[in-house]
Write a protein that binds this ligand. Sequence first.
Ligand code: BYC
Length: 321
Amino acid sequence: MASTTSAGDSASDSAFEARIAAGETIEPKDWMPERYRQQLVRMMSQHAHSEIVGMLPEGNWITRAPTLRRKMCLLAKVQDEAGHGLYIYCATETLGIDRSQLIDQLLSGKAKYSSIFNYPTLTWADIGVIGWFVDGAAIVNQTVLAKASYGPYARAMVRICKEENFHKRQGFEIVATLAAGTPAQHTMVQDAVNRWWWPTLMMFGPSDANSPNSAELLRWRVKRFSNDELRQRFVDLTVAQAQAVKLTLPDPKLRYNAETKHWEHGEIDWAEFKQVISGNGPCNRERLAARQAAHDKGAWVRAAAAAYAEKQRRTSAAPAA
Ligand code: BYC
């Protein structure tokens, strides 16, 4: 479990900062400032919650996948997301917090999860676009987190990123097939692109000027690039992919700047982002209700596990016959 002391122990603080500056990895038993621990718990648990809540929009389409192959891929993808959530919950527990506390924070609305999962999946094309955009954005963000200063988080990202690559490819394949299909299929996938583009850009968080946590996380090398830098990287990668499948991105201001070698994009609707992260997006209530129902249905499993643990404790405490 993580070891911290209260603020003010300047020798420990300086040694910690020196380790970070030297690019060392911080492990659970190493000393760390309480604030570093808290920031990691916040960010990692929100990441884990995002993986779990993120199963809902796509899970909605498993029974309606158009072919057996598509159904197998989607089922595997959604199961992968469950696995990602579990790795990251485990990694968060190394910081001295119990998973049940983390789940309570999600269900009570105290902890956030990614804004993107509060949008509905209206057609099959949404499943392709989620793989392409949402998993694509996750790869850009998480490839960098694989170099984060906290060892358990960074290591969890390595396998997760490998799986996200498969997710992105299956999504892009759906998109490419629909885009080259009938006019109705092309219209359906273009509509999905139009609806998911801006919410995907919001996944990277507020602009750097309005990101209260970034300075600390960058200094401690949890984050290695800012929200805007990663968003820009995603835009630069995705424009060419959209062109390759003859789809347009819904931003009239999108233009290539030959000097900076970046695609400039229009203004993000930050009012919408704020609404979604404060619980008022299109599906926030539905998502939390679904998680609460799943949690309630699992009560018997937790009760059985507790009874078993108690029985083990009594057995090991009993004197040998
Ligand atoms: N949504 O100071 P800032 C997946 C909050 S799942 C909601 O910039 P920070 C997948 C932020 O928490 C992968 N809230 O924060 C799964 C903070 O609020 P609090 C999901 C957001 O931490 C299934 C406040 O706004 N990826 O790939 O420096 C199917 C100020 O922000 C959002 C991760 O979780 C948002 N989009 O940076 C398919 C990545 N953005 O906590 C796919 C890990 C910001 O102070 N997380 N907020 O109340 C991160 O990289 C960073 O935490 C963020 C935010 C870039 C998201």
